[in-house]
Design a protein around this ligand. Structure first.
Ligand SMILES: [Zn+2]
Length: 134
């Protein structure tokens, strides 16, 4: 990730949108995985107590993903989750629970828009969707 930009392949981008729409009314959570640019969107089970208002990626599934990506020479480039009836902005809880030094992509289905942030700072990261083979 260079210059505060997150690069995502169009197929991965479309797959993430499909995932977050499919999960509504629950919050969806997943990861963008690739090398320089995300080649795939990997859905993760949301094990939050009430997945309608919160998300928590299943720790075992996340660990499997991290190992599998490493074995494939890939990395997790960003995490994503959705606000099924909200905006593409981090909630107080999103900031408080942020852990990874990676962009957090938030899909705000109320405005049909996605934006990415470093958290907890809230600094916005540009998303570049590229339509080419990765
Ligand atoms: Zn959120």
């Amino acid at each position: 990730m260079a210059g505060g930009t997150l690069c995502v392949g169009k197929a991965a981008w479309d797959a993430a949108w499909e995932h977050v729409r499919r999960e509504r009314p629950r919050e969806a959570v997943g990861a963008f995985v690739g090398r320089q640019c995300a080649r795939r969107a990997v859905p993760l089970p949301n094990v939050a107590g009430d997945p309608r208002v919160a998300y928590r990626a299943d720790p075992a599934a996340l660990l499997r993903l991290l190992r599998e990506a490493e074995a494939a020479g890939e990395v997790v480039l960003a995490f994503y989750h959705s606000h099924p009836f909200g905006l593409a902005r981090p909630s107080a809880r999103d900031r408080a629970e942020a852990y990874w030094p990676l962009p957090y992509v938030i899909f705000g289905l109320a405005e049909d828009r996605a934006r990415a942030y470093l958290l907890p700072s809230g600094k916005e990261v540009l998303i570049e969707v590229v339509d080419r083979a990765l």
